[in-house]
Design a protein around this ligand. Structure first.
Ligand code: HEC
Ligand SMILES: [Cu+2]
Length: 362
């Protein structure tokens, strides 16, 4: 006897679906847990976030499999066969029992997951027991670099483009933007927040392993977005303290005495201007390699030891103030900040140019 085409789902079919679903879910979950989704765990927050990911995956994969299995079986059993072109479907009315089940189960799953995710969120945002111990760092994003400001031992600001972090200590970043929306992210630390003009956003991490990790911008912010990358250096707490103490030590060159005849250029530390900026100007060293200043290779901009050798002071000055005028071949235009004419004082600019002329002379 032919099966009534309007009622093909038998207990046998349901049994097949369950078997296929269970096997596919097991494979999917095992595969999902096997894949190395993330970079190493650099912060205590990273562990908890990765655990949350695994739990979500264990629940989400079977849900996905269930939906796909039902679709595939429906296609197999209910597709139109020859001779059925004029047949109508079965006259089915709602089933209150089914509707209650398919509303309740997803609702319960979602409430449980939301509750669990909320506890993880409050865990990873929790302030350390000893709030005074926490290191606070001001992070400023602008097209196309990050700058970091620490409070030195004597309360003096320490500005830098290299992010140094102590292992094992809670760090709170207060994030700002000078222009458009950026997003401050160190993938190994997992946490991430938009830098929004006009407001201060924040998050905290506790680094748990020493090493160098990329700092990236995770919000499309303009031509140089993809190169808005720097490095976070996680060091032992002792090394970090020594670094910070050294940065906040008084500058060797004292300001010229009032009315004194000291040449202003002598008071300007051009190398420091190059490596750290003046607080307003973005540090050149975050993009350019320069042997004398010890800034690393691999930046966005050309290696200045190579391109500036033998160039005149006028040419160099022009390249700094009007970077667009002569774009360097092979490098992205529109990435070097166009406003050094404003963010650098004229005497700072001159000191910087002179420094570049002498330090790149062969
Ligand atoms: C955000 C990254 C970035 C920063 C910060 C930056 N530059 Fe550049 N710079 C570039 C890029 C990219 C180029 C090449 C494209 C161009 O010429 O505009 C460049 C080009 C140059 C050139 C021309 C090189 C040549 O081939 O003649 C000079 C000189 C220069 N920069 C000096 C500086 C100085 C000095 C500073 C700091 C006051 C600085 N740059 C800050 C990215 C940067
Ligand atoms: Cu950005």
């Amino acid at each position: 006897m032919a099966v009534d085409p309007r009622a093909r789902t038998s207990n046998r079919t349901i049994g097949q679906m369950v078997v296929v679903g269970v096997i596919a879910s097991a494979i999917g979950v095992a595969w999902g847990l096997y894949i190395d989704w993330f970079p190493i765990q650099g912060s205590s927050q990273a562990k908890k976030i990765d655990e949350l990911w695994d739990v979500l995956l264990i629940i989400a994969v079977p849900v996905f499999v269930m939906v796909v299995v039902v679709i595939l079986f429906a296609v197999r059993d209910y597709r139109q066969r020859p001779g059925e072109e004029l047949l109508d479907g079965p006259n089915v009315h709602g089933s209150t029992r089914l509707e209650i089940i398919w509303t309740t189960i997803p609702a319960v799953v979602i409430f449980v997951l939301v509750g669990y995710a909320a506890t993880i969120l409050s865990d990873i945002e929790e302030a350390p027991a000893n709030a005074a111990q926490e290191l606070k760092i001001d992070v400023t994003g602008e097209q196309f670099a990050w700058t970091f400001k620490y409070k030195g031992a004597d309360g003096k600001d320490v500005n830098t483009t290299r992010l140094y972090l102590p292992k094992g200590r809670s760090v709170k970043f207060n994030v700002r933007s000078k222009d458009v929306i950026h997003d401050f992210w160190i993938p190994e630390m997992r946490m991430k927040v938009d830098a929004v003009p006009g407001i201060v956003t924040s998050y905290r991490i506790t680094p748990i392993r020493e090493g160098n990790y990329p700092v990236v911008c995770a919000e499309l912010c303009g031509l140089g977005h993809s190169v808005m990358r720097q490095t976070a250096y996680v060091q032992s707490a002792d090394k970090f303290d020594a670094w910070l103490a050294k940065q906040s030590a008084p500058a060797p060159a004292a300001a010229p005495a009032e009315g004194g005849g000291a040449a202003p250029a002598a008071a300007i530390d051009a190398k420091k201007l190059f490596t750290d900026g003046n607080g307003e100007s973005i540090a050149c060293g975050s993009c350019h390699q320069l042997a004398d200043a010890g800034t690393p290779a691999g930046g966005v901009g050309p290696n200045l030891d190579m391109v500036l050798a033998g160039q005149s002071a006028d040419m160099i000055k022009e390249s700094i103030v009007e970077p667009e005028k002569v774009a360097t071949k092979g490098f992205p235009p529109g990435v070097m900040p166009p406003n050094y004419g404003e963010t650098l004082k004229p005497e700072e600019l001159d000191a910087l140019v002179e420094y570049l002329v002498t330090s790149t002379k062969k």
